[in-house]
Design a binder for this molecule. Structure first.
Ligand code: ADP
Ligand code: MG
Length: 376
């Protein structure tokens, strides 16, 4: 290995952590890195190992192997000082009988903080989570969303070095969840909290996180900046999980002034980027960036470089939208289209359409596996 990444300055890091129950390996992760102030989402289906990894990172559980580092220092679940620098909130917050203030102040009390300092800190944090003045209310009569705000306040009030959130919004209904995820994102970022955020919901991950690890069967199926992973999932499983098509494979044929032409074995798509002609790449475009127009109609003036005659090969409902799979001369891209558009354009399987997307919407990465140059 010649690759060397500096780990200096990272707030939280884990190397080669694994965990098994009996003979079953439920976690096997090479490395996790968080810079100070960064929010990392652990995204994946149920059973993927997200909570296990979170518990290990939060020093709540001991890995079978591997090491966690806090500010560069090796730490373990036995290290009380390090554990005091972590604070967590979970899907079903345990709030005890009493006032909101008592619940939020509890951790401070355990840490021996004076009554006066406690009430000042509680008032401030309640304000931040949108519950200003709620100190005296009973903690047991709250809605699910309010209870989660209290749980977040209870963690934030400790001013932890690392904040750990395990599916904090999963039990809420979609509307509240969407609003709360935006609120949580704002609060976490305002506080410059280093945060690990577990969710199985990609929209939530998009709303709160800077980077993500997509987990599958205890392993990292993909990791990187949210935009990069969402924009170009590295393989078919991850793409399907994230609601896009499998990555396209092709070769760069032209490269000039930041614009690449990528031959997909028939259609050529244009992308922004700087890669040499001949480079084998994987490419992808998010379904929400792909526009459809009726076949034969004039397309309104636009700067979109990519225009194809395509055929609808599949369509299915995807939330409030339709997810359409389109064949553009041998390559497949997906598009999300509203129900009313599908109705108005009379789109069905086999329909001919015009497919349009911008060069800036196309993600391209060198394809090490496809170039035949993989190192032994
Ligand atoms: P996620 O949070 O992604 O849903 P978990 O980390 O909770 O996944 O669990 C990963 C896997 O480990 C699951 O298959 C789960 O059943 C298993 N698992 C978790 N905790 C235990 C345990 N205490 N004993 C046995 N198996 C466990
Ligand atoms: Mg879990």
């Amino acid at each position: 290995m010649t690759a060397y990444t500096s780990t200096a300055g990272l707030a939280l890091r884990a190397e080669n952590v694994s965990k098994s129950y009996g003979k079953r390996v439920v976690l096997d992760i090479d490395h996790v890195e968080l810079s100070p102030g960064e929010t990392l989402a652990l995204l994946g289906p149920s059973g993927a190992g997200k909570s296990t990894l979170l518990a290990i990172l939060g020093l709540l559980e001991k890995p079978d192997s591997g090491q966690v580092f806090l500010d560069g220092r090796p730490v373990s679940a036995r290290d009380r000082g390090a554990r005091m620098q972590m604070a967590a909130a979970f899907q079903s917050p345990y709030l005890f009988k009493g006032t909101i203030a008592e619940n939020v102040a509890y951790g401070l009390k355990l840490r021996g903080v004076s009554r006066a300092k406690r009430s000042a800190a509680v008032a401030e944090v309640l304000e931040r989570v949108g519950l200003g003045g709620w100190e005296g209310r009973s903690a047991l009569t709250l809605s699910g969303g309010e209870a989660q705000r209290v749980a977040l306040a209870r963690a934030l009030v400790l001013k932890p070095r690392v904040l750990l959130l395990d599916e904090p919004l999963s039990s809420l209904d979609p509307l509240i969840k969407s609003r709360l995820s935006q609120d949580f994102a704002r609060i976490i970022h305002e506080d410059k909290m280093t945060t690990v955020y577990v969710t199985h919901d990609q929209n939530e991950a998009m709303a709160v996180a800077d980077s993500m690890i997509v987990m599958r069967d205890g392993r990292a199926a993909a990791s990187g900046h949210v935009e990069d992973v969402m924009g170009l999932p590295p393989d078919e499983w991850t793409a399907t999980f994230l609601g896009s098509e499998a990555p396209l494979r092709g070769v760069v044929t032209t490269s000039a002034e930041g614009l690449l032409g990528v031959d997909l074995g028939g259609p050529v798509v244009y992308s922004t980027g700087e890669l040499a002609p001949g480079t084998h790449v994987i490419a992808g475009v998010r379904p929400e960036d792909v526009l459809l127009f009726e076949a034969g109609t004039e397309i309104p003036r636009s700067s979109a470089r990519n225009r194809f005659d395509g055929t609808v090969v599949a369509l299915r409902l995807w939330g409030v939208m339709y997810h359409l799979v389109l064949d553009i001369g041998g390559a497949r891209v997906a598009s999300h289209v509203s129900r009313s558009s599908v109705r108005e354009m009379e789109i069905a399987e086999g329909s001919s359409v015009q497919v349009v997307f911008k060069a800036t919407a196309v993600r391209v990465r060198p394809d090490v596996a496809g170039s035949g140059m993989m190192e032994a």
